[in-house]
Design a protein around this ligand. Structure first.
Ligand code: HEC
Ligand code: HEC
Ligand code: HEC
Ligand code: HEC
Ligand code: HEC
Ligand code: HEC
Ligand code: HEC
Length: 244
C-alpha cells in the first residue's frame, strides 16, 4: 500500500529563500534512492529535471539526501528493484494530494465555491504546471502571450484576434481571473467594478471619471460587464467601447 503523507518539519532552503522542510511522501517498505537511482530508467526526465523549478529545492535535515524526484513520487527503492512494477510509486498526476502536502494554501483555494475542477478530476495541476522541466508555471518565464496560450488551449472562445482588442488581455488572463479558485462567479478576482477600476479610474473630487465620461450614475446599474455597457470584456468585433 502506498501512503502519501508528507510531514512538514523544519526548514527547506530553496535557492535563496528559507522555507519549510518537507519529508517526502511515504511509500511502505521503500527507502530513498536519490534521483540518480531514477536516471537509469527515466533518462530523459532526469536530464531535463535540472531545468525544473522544483529541482532547486534542497531540503536540509535528517531525511535530506537530495530531495529530487522522490519529493513528489515517494521513496523509490521498491519501484526500482521491481523494474518499475505498477503500484510501487506515487504518480501525482492522478491526484493533487501530493502537491497539497507542500502547497497547503492551494488545498484551501481549491475548496472555494468557484474553482478549476481539479478535485473533480477534470483538470490536473500538471495541465497548467510542469513538474519536470523549465518553469513550473507553464508558459511562464517568457512572453505573457504564452501564458495566455495555456488558457486558450482549453478556452478557445476567448481567443482573438478581435477588431477592437482589450489591452488588458496583454496583461494576461490572470489580471482578472484567479486560476485556482475564488468566491466569485467565473473565477473573477473581484466581483464588482473594482475588477476594472484597478486599471481604469480617475477620481476628481467625488466624481468617478473613466475616459471622458463620468461614471457615478452608470455604476449604480450593475457591474461594468453586466449592465449592458461593456459585455465584450475579452474583445469585440463591433464596438470600440467593448459594448458587445
Ligand atoms: C529499473 C528501472 C526503473 C527505475 C530505476 C525507476 N523506474 Fe520508474 N518506471 C519504470 C518502468 C518500466 C515504469 C513503467 C513504464 C513507464 O511508465 O515508463 C515506470 C513507471 C514510473 C512512474 C509511473 C507510475 C504510474 O503509476 O503511473 C513513475 C512516477 C516513476 N516510474 C518514477 C520513478 C522514480 C521517481 C524513480 C527513482 C526513484 C524511478 N521511477 C526509478 C522503471 C524504472
Ligand atoms: C513537483 C513534483 C514532481 C517532481 C519533483 C518529479 N515529478 Fe515525476 N511526475 C509528477 C507529476 C505531476 C506527474 C504526472 C505527469 C502527467 O501525467 O503529465 C509525474 C509523472 C512522472 C512519470 C510518469 C509519466 C511520464 O511522464 O512518463 C515518471 C516516469 C516520472 N514522473 C519520473 C520522475 C523523475 C525521474 C523525477 C526526477 C528527475 C520526477 N519525476 C520528479 C510530479 C513530479
Ligand atoms: C516537497 C515539497 C513540494 C512538493 C511535493 C511540490 N512542491 Fe511545488 N514548490 C515547492 C517549493 C518549496 C516551491 C518554491 C517556494 C515557493 O515559491 O513557494 C515550489 C514552487 C512551486 C510553484 C511555483 C514555481 C515558480 O516558478 O514560482 C508551482 C507552480 C508549484 N510549486 C506547483 C507544484 C505542483 C503542481 C506540485 C504537485 C505535482 C508541487 N508543486 C509539489 C515545494 C513542493
Ligand atoms: C487552470 C490552470 C491552473 C491549474 C489547474 C493550477 N494552477 Fe497553479 N497557477 C496557475 C497560474 C496561471 C499561476 C500564476 C498565478 C499568477 O500569475 O497570478 C499559478 C501559480 C501557482 C503557484 C505559485 C504561486 C502561488 O499562488 O503560490 C503554485 C504553488 C501553484 N500554482 C500550485 C498549484 C497546484 C498545487 C495546483 C493543483 C492542485 C494548481 N496550481 C493548479 C494556473 C493553474
Ligand atoms: C486543461 C484545460 C484547461 C486549462 C488549461 C484552463 N482551463 Fe479554465 N476551465 C477548464 C474547465 C474544464 C472548466 C470548468 C468547466 C467550465 O465551466 O467550462 C474551466 C473553467 C474556467 C472558468 C470559469 C468558466 C465559467 O463559465 O464559470 C474560467 C474563467 C477559466 N476556466 C479561466 C481559465 C484561465 C484564466 C486559464 C489559464 C490560467 C484556464 N482557465 C486554463 C479547463 C481549463
Ligand atoms: C479585463 C478582465 C478580463 C480579462 C483580462 C480576461 N477575462 Fe475572462 N472574463 C472577465 C469577465 C468580467 C467575465 C464574466 C463575463 C460575464 O459574466 O458575462 C469573464 C468570463 C470568462 C469566462 C467564462 C465564459 C464567459 O465568457 O462568460 C472564461 C472561460 C474566461 N473569461 C476566460 C478568459 C481567458 C482564457 C482569458 C485570457 C485569454 C480571460 N478570460 C481574460 C474578465 C476578463
Ligand atoms: C490590467 C489592466 C486592465 C483591467 C483589469 C481592465 N482594463 Fe480595460 N483597458 C485597459 C487598457 C490598458 C486599455 C486601453 C487604454 C485605455 O483605453 O484606457 C483598456 C481599454 C478598455 C476599454 C476601451 C476604452 C475605449 O473606449 O477605447 C474599455 C471599454 C474597457 N477597457 C473596459 C474594461 C472593463 C469593463 C474592465 C473590467 C471587466 C476592464 N476594462 C479591466 C486595461 C485594463
Amino acid at each position: 500500500m502506498i501512503l502519501a503523507g508528507a510531514l512538514v518539519l523544519g526548514v527547506i532552503s530553496c535557492v535563496n529563500v528559507r522555507r519549510t522542510v518537507v519529508v517526502p511522501p511515504y511509500v511502505a517498505g521503500a527507502s530513498f534512492t536519490g534521483s540518480e537511482g531514477c536516471a537509469a530508467c527515466h533518462e530523459e526526465i532526469n536530464r531535463d529535471f535540472k531545468t525544473a523549478s522544483h529541482a532547486r529545492l534542497i531540503a536540509a535535515g535528517e531525511h535530506a539526501q537530495e530531495v529530487g524526484c522522490e519529493s513528489c513520487h515517494g521513496a523509490g527503492s521498491r519501484h526500482a528493484e521491481s523494474g518499475g512494477a505498477y503500484g510501487t510509486i506515487l504518480n501525482p498526476g492522478r491526484s493533487p494530494q501530493v502537491c497539497f502536502e507542500c502547497h497547503q494554501d492551494m488545498r484551501g483555494h481549491f475548496n472555494l465555491p468557484h474553482t478549476h475542477p481539479v478535485l473533480a478530476g477534470q483538470v490536473t495541476c500538471n495541465d497548467c504546471h510542469d513538474p519536470h522541466q523549465g518553469p513550473a508555471q507553464r508558459g511562464g518565464g517568457t512572453r505573457l502571450s504564452r501564458a495566455n496560450d495555456l488558457c486558450l488551449k482549453c478556452h478557445a472562445a476567448q481567443q482573438g484576434p478581435y477588431v477592437f482588442e482589450h489591452e488588458a488581455m496583454r496583461e494576461g488572463c490572470t489580471s482578472c481571473h484567479e486560476p485556482h479558485g475564488t468566491v466569485n462567479d467565473k473565477l473573477l478576482a473581484q466581483r464588482n467594478a473594482n475588477l476594472c477600476l484597478k486599471c481604469h479610474v480617475q477620481i476628481r473630487g467625488a466624481n468617478i471619471q473613466i475616459g471622458s465620461i463620468s461614471h457615478n450614475v452608470l455604476m449604480q446599474r450593475g457591474t461594468c460587464w453586466t449592465a449592458g455597457c461593456h459585455e465584450a470584456v475579452h474583445g469585440s468585433h463591433v464596438s470600440s467601447s467593448l459594448r458587445f
